[in-house]
Ligand binder design. Structure first.
Ligand SMILES: C[S@@+](CC[C@H](N)C(=O)[O-])C[C@H]1O[C@@H](n2cnc3c(N)ncnc32)[C@H](O)[C@@H]1O
Length: 335
């Protein structure tokens, strides 16, 4: 290797270390600066409940204000519809599966990313010993605000607004990082993998699930096609996101590059069950950011499209006692 190459590598390392230190110093500085504002907002009741914390990271705040894409904005009436109509059929069965894979140790600490309305959080809190610290985070505070009613007073969960690719935690804090059906929404998967790696303790476990392709998840496919059929130009693309990250070779490559080892992927097929086709349709249309996209174009289309999705589900799975095949990939890796 030539001297110039060495010099370039050293310069690159120095820049990275410098950026890291600068980011940490500015993080601490802004945390101190913004604390009185946060406390004042909490007193005025403007910042949700005291046990929900807002992010005090300048980078995260800037990102959330300016760049939150329509497709990741779970807010307004979406969290309630998501939790009520999609939770039981799509997310509960996989939450039980994923929680059972988390190692049970009395004194561990578990970080959940993209916790949404707390469907996995609920199962984890029941399953893990009460001494295990459980921190549940999501990009959209309205999602985890929906979760609160599921937990008793004595059940400890710390809720925090956080971007999975910009975690507000020190290095090596957690024994496990878990995430159910959230990684697909994170724009920079490599960054999210590096962040998970950074906050895990030595020998820590990363465990997450993603949906397999749309052709294995017919409810998503039906919703996507039916919604698109109402827009001749520029149809909503929301449903491409949850079914976009299932290439196992690519997932392994990203994790390996972040430093993970013992990477294992497993395809898990399940049957989603619901009583009524119209409830599933409500969830698929109104329980996702696609609802906001449709409403922005023409609010009167929302009930029309929900009816059309109900009809499509009825044709395929019947009007009642729906049994729909679903397929996910569960990924585990160690640092
Ligand atoms: C399909 S929901 C899954 C929620 C939950 N894990 C479950 O199983 O019900 C996707 C979640 O990812 C969250 N999300 C999207 N982008 C995110 C990001 N960059 N960082 C953290 N969470 C994000 C959304 O707010 C939403 O709650």
């Amino acid at each position: 290797m030539r001297h110039d190459d060495y010099a370039n590598i050293i310069a690159h390392i120095n820049t990275k270390v410098g950026m890291c230190v600068a980011a940490r110093v500015s993080r601490a500085f802004f945390a101190i600066l913004l604390k009185p504002t946060r406390l004042a907002l909490q007193k005025m009741g403007l910042c949700a409940e005291q046990r929900f914390q807002i992010s005090i990271r300048p980078l995260a705040l800037v990102r959330q204000c300016s760049c939150v894409k329509e497709r990741t904005k779970f807010s307004g009436s979406i969290p309630a519809a998501y939790d009520r109509y999609l939770g039981p059929i799509l997310f509960q069965p996989y939450a039980e599966d994923l929680a059972a894979r988390v190692p049970v140790k009395k004194t561990s600490s578990v970080l959940e990313l993209a916790c949404g309305t707390g469907i996995l959080t609920r199962v984890l809190r029941t399953y893990l010993p009460s001494k295990v610290k459980l921190i549940a985070t999501d990009l959209n505070e309205p999602m985890f605000r929906q979760a609160a009613a599921k937990f008793g007073k004595g059940e400890k969960v710390r809720w925090l607004e956080a971007d999975a690719s910009d975690l507000p935690f020190d290095d090596r804090k957690f024994d496990a990082v878990v995430c159910q059906f959230g990684i697909m929404f994170v724009a920079d998967k490599a960054l999210a993998a590096r962040e998970a790696y950074r906050v895990l303790k030595r020998n820590g476990l990363l465990l997450f699930s993603v949906w397999d392709g749309m052709k294995h998840n017919k409810l998503g496919e039906l919703a996507h096609r039916t919604i698109a059929s109402y827009f001749k130009k520029d149809p909503p693309t929301f449903y491409q996101v949850p079914f976009s990250y299932h290439n196992r070779t690519e997932i392994r490559r990203v994790l390996k590059q972040a430093g993970f080892r013992e990477i294992k992927t497993e395809v898990i097929a399940k049957i989603g069950q619901a009583k009524r086709a119209e409830d599933v349709a409500k969830g698929l249309v109104e329980g996702n950011p696609v609802a906001a996209t449709i409403a922005k174009r023409d609010p009167s289309l929302l009930p029309v499209i929900t009816d059309a999705v109900t009809a499509a589900i009825t044709r395929r799975f019947g009007k009642q006692n729906i049994h729909a095949p679903m397929r996910a990939i569960v990924v585990r890796a160690r640092i």
